[in-house]
Design a protein around this ligand. Structure first.
Ligand code: ADP
Ligand code: MG
Length: 252
């Protein structure tokens, strides 16, 4: 089953061409790492997947529902606005900068969206949130405010918050880039646990060892385009593009 299909996506920021015809399919249960230099369009690609940015051309499908179509792409939105909203809610996103609500406890952060969006009662939302906080190893921190948590703990709360919406797909944008080195492992290990549960995931990362270990496919972006979409074995051990070889050498 195709969870996400992006077809020939173009995106401009103030006339600057940032995505230059990106096409990508993600199948159910696949784990895809996106790697590439700063400014190559990795975050913009994720943000175009979940409507944080509008596309200028191309189409986006989520679980077979066309959620965006722009320009002459031969695809039209046929779903109702409600169906489109429901499709977008299949995706959870985790950001580099955590983006927790600072005035709410860990538990408060995790119950908020399920109550507002899924109309769970507070009791149901708390039960679900405790399950998710337990999954990321932070049940005992449920009453702590973000200011009392380490970066790794904050990011794990952010993951629990995304999971509480019961997503089919998780998007991670450099989830460990803001963390001190000793805190990276605890976040990667939560993501590895999700991999074992066959969560469909797209992960922008600079953690090469992690990407090699966890991914089914590695995508390399350069200058707004996908330069390579490859198995981790070939990507890391036998890269075909000189551009990728140079990039990997710099990362070591
Ligand atoms: P990456 O995540 O690979 O570092 P981004 O997707 O963040 O790259 O950015 C790609 C390009 O788009 C960069 O040149 C960046 O400066 C530009 N860009 C990203 N977001 C915006 C924005 N909101 N407004 C203007 N330019 C942007
Ligand atoms: Mg980025």
């Amino acid at each position: 089953m195709t969870m996400i299909r992006m077809n020939n996506i173009h995106k401009y920021f103030a006339g600057v061409h940032v995505l230059k015809g990106v096409s990508l399919e993600v199948n159910k249960g696949e784990i895809i790492s996106i790697i590439g230099p700063s400014g190559s369009g990795k975050s913009t690609l994720l943000r175009c997947m979940n409507q944080l940015e509008k596309i200028d051309q191309g189409s986006v499908e989520i679980e077979g529902i066309v959620v965006e179509a722009a320009g002459d792409v031969g695809v039209k939105i046929t779903a109702t606005p409600q169906e489109v909203r429901t499709a977008y809610r299949k995706m959870g996103m985790v950001f580099q900068s955590f983006n927790l609500f600072p005035h709410m406890t860990a538990l408060g952060n995790v119950i908020e969206a399920p109550m507002l969006v899924h109309r769970l009662s507070k009791g149901e939302a708390v039960k679900n949130a405790e399950k998710q906080l337990n999954k990321v190893g932070l049940l005992e921190k449920k009453d702590a405010f973000p200011s009392k948590l380490s970066g790794g703990q904050k990011q794990r709360v952010a993951i629990a918050r995304a999971l509480a919406m019961n997503p089919d797909i998780m998007l991670f944008d450099e989830p460990t880039s803001a963390l001190d080195p000793e805190l990276i492992g605890e976040v990667l290990s939560v993501i590895k646990n999700l991999a074992q549960e066959h969560m469909t995931m797209i992960i922008v990362t600079h953690e090469m060892g992690f990407a090699k270990e966890i991914s089914d496919r590695v995508i390399f972006m350069d200058d707004g385009k996908i330069l390579e979409d490859q198995s981790p074995a070939v990507f890391f051990d036998n890269p075909r593009h000189p551009r990728i070889k140079t990039f990997l050498e710099k990362m070591l």
